[in-house]
Design a protein. Structure first.
Length: 343
């Protein structure tokens, strides 16, 4: 790969990964993906769901989420016009290269709508071990039930035959045609609860939503140290008052710790820019300057440039660049640094 290129790709055992740094995209098998740290960020997300909704409800949430994402996977591959048998044989490699663990489809029968799937060292197993769980997780078997429901064109459910969490060499799931669905499981749970418990559940869901929103806000605008003295903050989506103030406060609290001389704001994925957003950017720049950090804008589109000019924004001395690489290069130059090939 050339060091000056903004596009990279690698074929891992037949699975294609590619990055486009200009567009800030990471794709796997020609579709957008995102990377999570399993035993930290993703474990925190699952812990939060369980903490708010309770262990039993969390199992059902994960099982349902797994099933629905599995249906999406089957739809994606069915649209490729490949034979179902070829798709099923290809899937273990996809999940292996994607970091989901070593998956083996031990057997399957399209006519009888049956299959047996083994998973060794899957991501859910790793999280369950970190959580000190003693029972098999529900996301992965639910996910494969969704995948096979789409491929077999009928409702498929599962039974856990072996569990790596409980000490077996691997987890093994048996899949078969069934009337059981995640929706029915949800309905059954609701029927078992009294009116008072339903109200309590609504409170728990509201709190769960709040906590998940906090997590999403945390990971949607991360503070990324490039090197000492240079930070990058990608602004993603829309920024209403609450989200904007949260980002501003979190950034200002962290700037002294990082001792950042240059703060690069990547506006590539900024959406729904209005007068409030423009005023927020102006406020952000002034607040950062009070702490000794110089701001740089990157990823400014022609439309956003016009909006800034038409708004009468006088912050004209802020360096602006079209791509992140140019912004980092400018900051390095101002610091008297440069990136050179290793000798």
């Amino acid at each position: 790969m050339e060091t000056k290129s903004s596009k990279y790709e690698i074929n891992v055992n037949g699975s294609l990964f590619d990055w486009d740094l200009d567009d800030a995209t990471f794709r796997f098998e020609n579709d957008d993906v995102v990377v999570f740290w399993v035993n930290t960020a993703f474990k925190t997300l699952l812990d939060s769901i369980e903490e708010i909704s309770g262990e039993e409800s969390a199992k059902l949430v994960l099982e349902t989420a797994g099933y629905r994402t599995g249906k999406i996977v089957s739809k994606f591959y069915l649209e490729s016009d490949k034979e179902k048998e070829d798709i099923i044989n290809h899937l273990p490699n996809i999940y292996l290269t994607a970091g989901w663990g070593k998956t083996d489809i031990v057997s399957f029968c399209l006519e009888e709508k049956k299959a047996i799937v083994r998973v060794n060292s899957g991501w859910e197993y790793k999280i369950n071990i970190a959580q000190k769980k003693k029972t098999e997780g529900t996301f992965l078997p639910g996910h494969w039930a969704g995948v096979l429901s789409g491929l077999f064109e009928t409702n498929i459910w599962y039974k856990v035959r072996q569990s790596q969490v409980q000490g077996d060499q691997y987890s093994e799931y048996e899949f078969f045609e069934s009337e059981i669905t995640p929706s029915q499981n949800i309905s059954a749970m609701i029927k078992e609860r009294t009116q008072s418990s339903q109200k309590e559940l609504e409170k728990e869901i509201a709190e769960q939503t709040r906590v998940l929103s906090e997590i999403i806000k945390e990971i949607s605008s991360p503070i990324i140290p490039v090197i000492d003295s240079i930070l990058v903050i990608p602004l993603v989506g829309r920024y209403e008052e609450l989200r904007a103030e949260e980002l501003l406060n979190r950034t200002l609290l962290n700037l002294p710790r990082y001792k950042a001389e240059y703060l690069i704001l990547d506006l590539t994925a900024l959406k729904g820019v209005d007068q409030y957003t423009l005023d927020f950017l102006k406020k952000f720049v002034r607040a950062a300057s009070l702490l000794g950090s110089n701001c740089i804008f990157v990823g400014i589109s022609p439309e956003l440039s016009l909006q800034i000019i038409e708004s009468g924004n006088k912050e004209t001395q802020i360096p602006c660049f079209s791509i992140l690489q140019q912004g980092i290069t400018h900051a390095l130059d101002q610091l008297g640094l440069e990136i050179s090939p290793k000798r």
